[in-house]
Write a protein of this length. Structure first.
Length: 183
């Protein structure tokens, strides 16, 4: 873990000197310097006092870099196409077990001819358009602002039944990092 670099980055961002941290925590400047350069590993109690002096949650100091907030700017989104209908899929973000995508379905387009299933759970927000969602024996027509969720292990399908392109925001949760088909 790179706790020291995290502490240094927070301290510098907040314009706090090592001397100020040491004054609040009772730690020596030499020890703090070794912590910030990852030459020593502080105890949890010491980390707790450093976190308090920096005014950050202790848990934040313990996060790995990939577990912290990840930002994807609109112009940086990766775009792919999916299925025979060439659905546009913008990948908006992901964590170890969750992904968020924005799916554009042209009029008449669907996630495939036949329903499909995969591991995980999905929650959908219809941002624009009119779609038909089918899972097993259930089906529903959904419009802008409507949401729907399901366990993706039951075969399901989504189709744009409107006259305009539909936009659906999808959050997918899986227990393991796996490849998954959309919706």
């Amino acid at each position: 873990m790179d706790i020291g670099s995290t502490i240094r980055a927070i301290r510098k961002r907040k314009n706090i000197t090592i001397a100020q941290i040491c004054e609040q925590t009772g730690l020596s400047q030499g020890f703090m310097s070794q912590v910030e350069t990852n030459k020593t590993s502080p105890s949890i109690a010491t980390l707790e006092s450093i976190a308090e002096a920096l005014k950050v949650p202790l848990a934040y100091l313990l996060l790995k870099k990939e577990e912290r907030m990840q930002i994807i700017r609109a112009g940086e989104r990766t775009l792919s196409t999916s299925g025979p209908e060439r659905l546009k899929v913008s990948h908006l973000g992901r964590t170890k077990n969750m992904r968020m995508v924005l799916v554009e379905l042209p009029p008449g387009a669907s996630t495939g001819d036949a329903p499909h299933a995969h591991e995980g759970e999905e929650t959908h927000l219809v941002m624009k358009g009119r779609i038909l969602a089918e899972q097993g024996e259930d089906s529903a027509v959904l419009e802008e602002g409507d949401t729907f969720s399901w366990n993706a292990c039951t075969p399901h399908k989504v189709k744009n039944i409107g006259d305009d392109t539909a936009l659906v925001l999808v959050a997918v949760y899986t227990e393991e990092q796996t490849d998954w088909r959309l919706m």
